[in-house]
Ligand binder design. Structure first.
Ligand code: MG
Length: 157
């Protein structure tokens, strides 16, 4: 299942290494020595969680259905336009960050607001792609992977 979900992300333009780069940025103030490889390992661990896989499968499916016009109205317009009052994309991503507690949540909010790394491209409305769920999922995975590293270094220190 994990491989399938990772492939699904790649087909939507997101590689795990790009998520790892966001994690490096997030952890820079606390762990300036952290490498992309270490962060990639943390992202891989997050991707092994069933809750995460299910959230990604669900969110990307909704993006794809909106892209092909297959969702019923008014949901189609809400998802297609990434309506600011439609917050279910964020709610779904919270199911990822919740696994790692408050640190994951704080990270998620920061990544989402700053539109870090690969998220910038996903949010540019130049493409015909619908990434309403994808951007939050990526922010959620990055936030969770960073929280995982934070918890571990706390335990070690
Ligand atoms: Mg969104």
């Amino acid at each position: 299942m994990k491989e399938m979900v990772v492939e699904m992300l790649a087909s939507r333009g997101v590689r795990l290494e790009q998520i790892a780069r966001i994690v490096v940025e997030l952890q820079k103030p606390y762990r300036p020595d952290l490498t992309v490889d270490e962060c990639l390992r943390s992202v891989e661990k997050v991707m092994e969680k069933r809750e995460v896989q299910h959230a990604v499968l669900t969110g990307i499916a909704l993006d794809m259905l909106a892209e092909s016009g297959a969702l019923p109205e008014p949901l189609l317009t809400l998802v297609r336009n990434d309506d600011p009052l439609y917050g279910i994309d964020e709610i779904l991503a919270l199911s990822i960050t919740n696994i790692y507690g408050t640190v994951g949540l704080t990270n998620f909010g920061y990544v989402d607001k700053r539109k870090m790394g690969v998220l910038r491209g996903l949010n540019s409305h130049s493409s015909k792609r619908v990434n309403t769920f994808l951007d939050d999922l990526v922010a959620g995975i990055a936030g969770a992977a960073a929280a995982r590293i934070a918890h571990r270094s706390e335990a070690a220190g």
